[in-house]
Design a protein around this ligand. Structure first.
Ligand SMILES: C[S@@+](CC[C@H](N)C(=O)[O-])C[C@H]1O[C@@H](n2cnc3c(N)ncnc32)[C@H](O)[C@@H]1O
Length: 251
């Protein structure tokens, strides 16, 4: 495999959250494939004005990969943009599989995911010692379906920080199931198009999640972070404890 395509995570929306590596690849690419519904035009504006920009939101997998293969074989530098981090609900595996079969290798450049920017807007730590040390990144069902062992009931049962992508349409059922395991007053950050110009976040309680979602008419580009860590600060970490010794602070 000698030809290469770069799959680049461009973060949640704000162009200032691009990595330097992502920026360099956008600026030097000759053909850019991008999902116009999930990536703001401002990010495309960093590309060379002569670069070919191909919108993919209305194309299917075979059409997209065939076009990528053609452009690479023409000797073009091809970059495929994905929102957030490509490894999360990015559908990159199926693209890379087809490209590899055509003897085209791929690299993946990570990006900031929606859960990270949303937590940052509330200065939230999702791993508070003594409360939870685990973050689950998942979804509340949908047409893709969930493996039985990953039912929302099972995911909720350990009371960790739980980030739900792609779930606004399923909020009624999600709230019902989450309330079987979490306290109704558990804090939830709701994020809509976070870091876009019209985006926002709100801190609510789990018992209000469905009503809030319907009142705000949320359907797309919404993330929920449900976490006991958002209201519990019970114990500081060992790392900065004056009595805790480690390699870099032996005394
Ligand atoms: C197909 S998934 C892609 C996730 C992306 N790869 C990531 O790492 O953030 C799209 C879902 O991600 C979440 N999402 C992506 N960007 C977002 C943003 N700026 N604000 C809120 N949610 C976002 C929403 O749940 C949306 O439905």
């Amino acid at each position: 495999m000698n030809k290469k395509i770069s799959f680049v995570g461009v973060g949640p929306g704000d162009p200032d959250l691009l990595t330097i590596k992502a920026m360099k690849l956008i600026q030097t690419s000759e053909v850019l494939f991008w999902t116009d519904s999930l990536i703001p035009q401002k990010i495309l504006d960093f590309a060379n004005k002569n670069a070919e920009k191909i919108k993919t939101s209305s194309l299917d997998l075979n059409v997209i990969t065939e076009m990528m293969i053609t452009k690479v074989k023409e000797g073009k530098k091809v970059v495929r943009l994905h929102d957030g981090d490509p490894c999360l609900f990015g559908a990159i595996a199926e693209q890379i599989n087809i490209l590899n079969q055509s003897n085209i290798s791929c690299e993946v450049i990570p990006g900031i995911s929606a859960f990270q920017v949303t937590a940052s807007y509330h200065q939230a730590e999702l791993t508070i010692p003594g409360v939870t040390q685990t973050i689950i990144l998942s979804r509340a069902g949908g047409r893709t379906g969930m493996p039985d062992r990953e039912s929302l009931h099972n995911l909720a049962s350990i009371n960790s920080s739980l980030c739900l992508y792609l779930s606004a349409r399923h909020v009624k059922r999600a709230q019902e199931v989450l309330l079987e395991s979490y306290d109704p007053k558990t804090k939830v950050i709701v994020g809509y198009r976070v870091s876009w110009e019209d985006g926002w976040t709100a801190l609510i309680e789990l018992k209000d999640m469905e009503k809030f979602t319907h009142d705000k008419k949320l359907i797309r580009t919404t993330i929920y972070i449900i976490s006991p860590a958002l209201s519990n600060f019970s114990k500081s970490s060992n790392l900065y404890d004056p009595n805790y010794k480690h390699l870099f602070r032996p005394k």
